[in-house]
Ligand binder design. Structure first.
Ligand SMILES: [Zn+2]
Length: 82
């Protein structure tokens, strides 16, 4: 079973965690799941980088979506008045 080393983005705590399947470890100190995987297996690293990029893109999309909704609401509000 692989043991991965993580660095917590929240409290900078570094710890090793036994990871089974797609279980997501949490920082033992602050329970945050915003972790950075430190193990440098090339294939793993690529996967992690890709996963993080996807996550960031998804977060950006969601933010953009919220903004669009807000703009739409503002547009409708001003449209009703005028
Ligand atoms: Zn932490």
């Amino acid at each position: 079973m692989p043991i991965f080393e993580y660095s917590c983005r929240k409290c900078k705590n570094k710890f090793e965690e036994l990871v089974r399947g797609k279980e997501k470890p949490a920082c033992p100190k602050c329970k945050s799941k915003h972790l950075e995987k430190l193990l440098s297996l090339p294939s793993m690293k690529t996967e992690t980088t890709h996963g993080l990029a996807m996550k960031a893109a998804r977060r950006r999309d969601r933010k953009q979506g919220d903004q669009n909704l807000r703009n739409q609401a503002e547009y409708e509000a001003s449209h009703d008045e005028g």
